[in-house]
Design a protein around this ligand. Structure first.
Ligand SMILES: Cc1cc2nc3c(=O)[nH]c(=O)nc-3n(C[C@H](O)[C@H](O)[C@H](O)COP(=O)(O)OP(=O)(O)OC[C@H]3O[C@@H](n4cnc5c(N)ncnc54)[C@H](O)[C@@H]3O)c2cc1C
Ligand code: FES
Length: 500
């Protein structure tokens, strides 16, 4: 009944499967989450002689790495001219360096371990169709060059429609993310690392040792990495420095010649485009229409807009796959990566999780093995905060307190009083006998009723029409219609509600 959309990656690559954790084990480092951050960290730690166990709630790539569009790039969403102004020229240079190092790390792992993942180096084009953005792009060109990147201007963007030019980032890359994860997983296992799927971590206790609990077993470890996209335990302050956004992607089969490169426009919301070869043919991938989680009543319409854009700009073709997911936007423009006690977290990657996830793995590996890391200071969560003005902090963080207050005290989002108000295929927040209920009626007519109060920090969830999930606007937790957790930081299901 509960349906997630299918990504191109799920449809075109098989993945190895692993059993859940049963019993107690001891390792040097426990890694929670088997996305790009977790599996990269696991492999780097093993190569440093550590023993490692990876605990994954679903399956490898079951989180956002399975929903990505996998532009591997040093072009940051926050823009280098913003970083230069907000932080300093040196910091912008450190960010560029860190991005280059992460991209080199991906390439090195692929080459050394012969990972077959359709990896290819391509240029990246940050382009505009509007004259008014040309000045801003020229600023970005200057700032990216000053930061040490190989960039240049072009008036000839290889797209099938007119543009006003682009900043070209040389030597960017693309791959098939599921194939990459499968390759990393194979190397983890070959080095004696353990991977446990369908193992949801329910408790994380920092200490000596750290205790990581799941339903079926416990891991005792010297250190742990929360590679869960958003921290699932503690790090509350970090949660106030990032916000979840939903973004949408589609894939259309193509044949014949196609442009080569990664493409981002300057529209708001913006679009991102690239082509990908797979074992099942070549696909045009177009994404965009980002919005803050919970702030769009009609997520189906967002898919429709991406499709309409793709058809208008690239020609009519059937959409073979469509999927959406969450990106975590850090308020200061920089990912949040750091250690507290024996725990390390890495989050707030924006739409740059391939490079930032790899960087997060590199920094956490160093921090947990007492090796100095040249970029740890730049991405330290507390340091990023120090650069926010009070106004920025208040503006960016209004959503959480605003939602909490609104959700508890006002009926602003109540859409009905009776279950009869919910038709088949619909979901509504009801007020039944004064109590709020999140109700979904599936196409067969069965009603699924749960409490709308998110089990993380008690914001109210909102319905996501396209994915048929309850999504939390505060820190991005997602739940099935029956309340089961799809994405953290929440670890507990929404409470079931009995209705006649
Ligand atoms: C549509 C879309 C397009 C994107 N495009 C790009 C792009 O072009 N380039 C780019 O660089 N980035 C892009 N991103 C962002 C990028 O995909 C993510 O930032 C990145 O994949 C995050 O990786 P991760 O390993 O940190 O998290 P994830 O891949 O989400 O991995 C976290 C894992 O932790 C598991 N987990 C969570 N809670 C628990 C628990 N309690 N116990 C056990 N396991 C748990 C989850 O199941 C998940 O598998 C895009 C994202 C989306 C949604
Ligand atoms: S995810 Fe934090 S309150 Fe819901």
């Amino acid at each position: 009944m509960h349906q997630r959309s299918t990504s191109l990656w799920d449809a075109t690559a098989a993945a190895p499967r692993f059993d859940p954790l049963r019993g107690e084990i001891d390792v040097d480092v426990a890694v929670i989450g088997a996305g790009i951050t977790g599996l990269t960290a696991a492999l780097l730690l093993l190569e440093r002689g550590q023993t490692v166990a990876v605990l994954e709630k679903e399956v490898i790539g079951g989180g956002e790495t399975g929903n990505t569009t996998a532009h591997i790039t040093a072009a940051v969403d926050a823009r280098y001219h913003f970083l230069r102004r907000k932080y300093s020229v040196e910091e912008a240079r450190a960010v560029a360096d860190a991005n280059r190092a992460a991209m080199a790390q991906i390439e090195e792992l692929i080459s050394r371990h012969s990972i077959e993942c359709h990896f290819r180096k391509v240029p990246g084009y940050l382009y505009t169709e509007r004259r008014k953005y040309v000045g801003e792009l020229k600023n970005e060109l200057a700032a990216a060059r000053e930061a040490g990147l190989d960039v240049e201007w072009t008036d000839n963007v290889p797209l099938p429609f007119a543009t006003r030019g682009a900043v070209v980032f040389r030597d960017q890359a693309q791959f098939h993310p599921r194939e990459y994860l499968a390759g990393l997983a194979a190397q983890v296992v070959a080095r004696g690392g353990k991977i446990y799927e369908r193992t949801q971590v329910t408790g994380v206790h920092d200490g000596t040792p750290c205790i990581i609990e799941s339903e079926g077993g416990t891991v005792r470890a010297r250190g742990a990495i929360m590679a869960t996209n958003v921290p699932i335990s503690g790090f509350t302050v970090v949660l106030t420095k990032a916000a979840p956004y939903r973004t949408y992607a589609i894939a259309m089969a193509v044949d014949g010649e196609h442009p080569d490169g990664l493409f981002w426009d300057t529209a708001d919301p913006y679009h991102y485009t690239r082509w990908q070869e797979t074992d099942s043919g070549t696909f045009l991938i177009v994404g965009g229409e980002d919005h803050r989680v919970g702030e769009n009543d009609d997520t189906e319409a967002s898919f429709a807009k991406v499709e309409a854009y793709a058809r208008e700009m690239f020609g009519a073709r059937p959409v073979r796959y469509r999927w959406s997911g969450q990106v975590i936007e850090p308020h200061g423009g920089l990912a949040l990566i750091g250690r507290s006690g024996n725990l390390c977290i890495a989050t707030g990657y924006s739409g740059q999780g391939m490079t930032m996830g790899t960087l997060g793995a590199m920094i956490c590996t160093d921090l947990l093995t007492d090796v100095e890391n040249p970029w740890a200071e730049t991405f330290r969560p507390n340091r990023v905060h120090a650069h926010m003005t009070v106004r920025e902090f208040l503006t960016e963080n209004m959503e959480f307190p605003k939602r909490l207050v609104a959700d508890r005290l006002t009926p602003h989002d109540v859409e009905g009083k009776e279950t009869a108000d919910v038709r088949a295929g619909e979901a509504k927040i009801l007020s039944v006998n004064g109590k709020k209920v999140a109700a979904y009626r599936d196409p067969s007519g069965a009603l699924h009723a749960v409490s709308p109060v998110c089990t993380h920090m008690k914001c109210d969830v909102a319905w996501n029409v396209a994915e048929r999930t309850w999504d939390c606007p505060c820190h991005g937790s997602r739940f099935t219609p029956d309340g089961d957790v799809l994405n953290g930081p929440a670890r507990e299901a929404l409470a079931p509600v009995e209705l006649e």
